[in-house]
Design a protein around this ligand. Sequence first.
Ligand code: BGC
Length: 505
Amino acid sequence: MTIDMSMPGSSGLLTAVGKRDMKFFSNQYVLVLTGCAGIGGFLFGYDTGVISGALLYIRDEFPVIKDNYFLQETIVSMAIVGAIIGAAGGGWINDAYGRKKSTLLADLLFALGSLVMCAAGGPYILILGRLLVGLGVGIASVTAPVYIAEAAPTEFRGGLVATNVLMITGGQFFSYLINLGFTEVPGTWRWMLGVAAVPAVIQFVLMLYLPESPRWLYWRDEKAKAIAVLEKIYDSNRLEEEVELLASSSMHEFQADNTASYLDVFKSKELRLAFFAGAGLQAFQQFTGINTVMYYSPTIVQMAGFTSNKLALLLSLIVAAMNAAGTIVGIYLIDRCGRRRLALTSLSGVVISLVILAMSFILQSSSSLCMDGMNGSCQGTLGYFAVAGLALYIAFFSPGMGPVPWAVNSEIYPEAYRGMCGGMSATVNWISNLVVAQTFLSIVGLVGTGMTFLIIAGITVLAFIFVAVYVPETKGLSFEEVEQLWKKKAGGRHDNCQSLLGDAA
Ligand code: BGC
């Protein structure tokens, strides 16, 4: 089929769009592309999850690590430091070199880092390996959602990006399974860390057969190649419409000469508004405490009075399984209820769960409520309440605040800034992740577990207000429609595609 590539920009953009009713499972090509890109998400989950278990065995092998908490913390958090750097730089690499090369680079870092850790003879090489996989995680955390979103039909774009989040939560579950399953055979940790090279190599090979993102190609003026990719996704009617949308988009106004700069984000009102919404979502995803639960669930379970190590690990595996299962519900709901409703419902449930969790800990520490002679059973009951609060927390978080920030960030920025802004807000996510992980136990030590969860509940109320006020609904909108939406919010300018450029220049 031939497409007229000289089509003028359509001012009736919002009305020109026909019926969009493709179904999630009807497009094998996009599903395969999502599955391959999602291997990056899997490695994100696996590499951040596996270290807690691997560390137990590493400590046994290296006495110098066993006696040094600082070294242990550094081994754990170096991957997050790497992810902060990887996400910040990865955004720029995405815009300058494309989604495909970014994924290949992430794979090289994943594979190299895994092999370095596998062969490490001491703590410093291990730390280097963690830094390398962290860089890979950071780049993948920006690239996979954007690559998937740019190939996705609008009607189930959210579900496809949420599928990448399922790969993250699936990777975490798998790493916990490995942690629990592996025995204390010397050298076990080398397998646990080294095995992550395998999916990285698989993704590298698969990516060689997958195309560059059609939207990125179009923006770089490789229109014929872009259309060849779109032809694999859409039938001829829809193809024409999609190409018309691309042609009418403002992306050609800022041609791909790499003039986009990080500073533009603060100079242009549209970008500023979009970045505020995206980065805020990412920060709140972390400050509403998901990783206190993911990283410390065994500790929380023990704080609630269940002292067996094995039971604590088993319960944390159940938490990870619930998290993955909940993400599947999110995939189903995100394009039906929309991003806002899903996030707001999720946050409401999270507040309730946190209050239950907090109250069980607070009541448990004030034994006056448990009558003499009944103290044991009363404490036990409160312990069960705490675990129920934890389960409820995951049930509400996982379908909403898990996938929504990643989905929204993959779709709210204009083409020339999609990688850059997505990278900046992923950096906000990783920095917030580090802050929460590093301070949770100290805050518990300072004000108590119950009070800490109450503080997180307070932050979650702020998150609710933030989403209600600043996050627009992007369900079912094309990228072009999203651009119009920000222009309108920035001051009612509908067709002034120059505004970003003009402001930024
Ligand atoms: C978050 C991760 C988190 C995971 C757990 C992701 O969306 O970005 O930080 O560990 O969800 O479900």
